[in-house]
Design a protein around this ligand. Structure first.
Ligand code: DOR
Ligand code: ZN
Length: 354
């Protein structure tokens, strides 16, 4: 096979930041994807509909600045759930027509999560009831934050401590278990009853935790939830490529300046927006399942969210392409995942806007 033309994909989990960082990265996503679910973990976090609408305007301006026509890319906004999010705020979000989901960050779990939730069923039942009633998905960063729990076990323990009680209390609530990284996560979503789905990143399909330490500590492979053992990678590949509508594409592309990754206390996040579809193609081809890529990237996400599938296309060509060593990022630079390595596929993006 030398090329694949598929329904244009969407990215159901993306960090765009704001200001100069946003301007530097948004074109990479907008040239490949039609829509993206925009994460709200800015500083300060996007906790109200009013803030989400203002942030959306920044994104649309940045898309135009990147030379991509406005109708080519739609940001799907989210709110950041706090202990104080009201049912009224959820209803306002739904009524805005631009907010598509609410994101749960357990307080302290990851980048800019200090304003997150400390006790989901203790503080957030009014917001969860409103979400369930209006059919808006709750997007979950699924890791416990208990420092006594090993960092590699935090997702599996989250299932028992938070996910199961949440879904027992709100069985009709749509839940997306974001960026799953374990066999336990994949099997939970595969087997659970009710409206539950999961996003899977390219890094968790391509690498196991050895990638963090090959030849020394490699900070550009550090993200949260952290890469796990090979058995978990294999379970994620099986989930993503198996054709189940419960699994769909979410890159979790999360840009950080080079100096903040290559640091004594480096930030979590892999930058994959530039070459996202090439990375996924590499992972699907490795198990001979390229025929399942379109459904994972372009069908299962909109079907779960209750949105129409895209009608235009994206073409990937089989052409060895070297991932750049670094990219401009405001007044600094950014190192993409797999910098300097070769990928077998390349997305044909509109060169007039590239
Ligand atoms: O690696 C990560 N980076 N995981 C997250 O949950 C947040 C993200 C970020 O915002 O940088
Ligand atoms: Zn994320």
């Amino acid at each position: 096979m030398t090329s694949i033309t598929m329904t244009r994909p969407d990215d159901w989990h993306l960090h765009l930041r704001d200001g100069e960082a946003l301007a530097a990265v948004v074109g990479d996503t907008a040239r490949q994807f039609s829509r993206a679910i925009i994460m709200p973990n800015l500083r300060p976090p996007v906790t109200t509909t009013e803030q989400a609408l203002a942030y959306r305007e920044h994104i649309l301006t940045a898309v135009a600045g990147a030379g991509v026509a406005a109708e080519r890319f739609t940001p799907l906004m989210t709110l950041y759930l706090t202990n104080n999010t009201s049912a009224e705020e959820i209803r306002l979000a739904k009524a805005s027509g631009h907010v598509y989901a609410v994101k749960l960050y357990p307080a302290g779990a990851t980048t800019n999560s200090d304003a997150g939730v400390t006790d989901l069923l203790g503080h957030c039942t009014a917001a969860l009831e409103a979400l369930q009633a209006c059919g808006m998905p709750l997007l979950v960063h699924g890791e416990v934050t208990d420092p006594g729990i090993d960092v590699f076990d935090r997702e599996a323990i989250f299932i028992d401590r938070v996910m199961v009680p949440l879904r027992r209390a709100f069985p009709e609530l749509k839940v997306v278990f974001e960026h799953i990284t374990t066999r336990e996560g994949a099997h939970y979503v595969r087997d659970a009853e009710g409206p539950v789905a999961a996003t899977i990143t390219p890094q968790h399909m391509l690498y196991n935790r050895n990638a963090l330490f090959t030849g020394g500590v490699r900070p550009h492979w550090y993200c949260l939830p952290i890469l796990k053992r090979e058995v978990h990678r294999e379970a994620l590949v099986e989930a993503a490529t198996g054709g189940s509508p419960r699994f769909f594409l979410g890159t979790d592309s999360a840009p950080h300046a080079r100096g903040l990754k290559e640091h004594a206390c480096g930030c979590a996040g892999c930058y994959t927006a530039l070459h996202a579809m090439a990375l996924y193609a590499q992972a699907f081809e490795a198990v001979d399942r390229l025929d399942k890529l379109e459904a994972f990237a372009s069908f299962h996400g909109p079907d779960f969210y209750g949105l129409p599938r895209n009608t235009d296309t994206l073409t990937l060509v089989r052409e060895e392409t070297r991932v750049p060593d670094e990219l401009p990022f405001g007044n600094t630079t950014l190192v993409p995942l797999a910098a300097g390595e070769s990928l077998a596929w390349r997305a044909l993006v509109d060169t007039a806007t590239a």
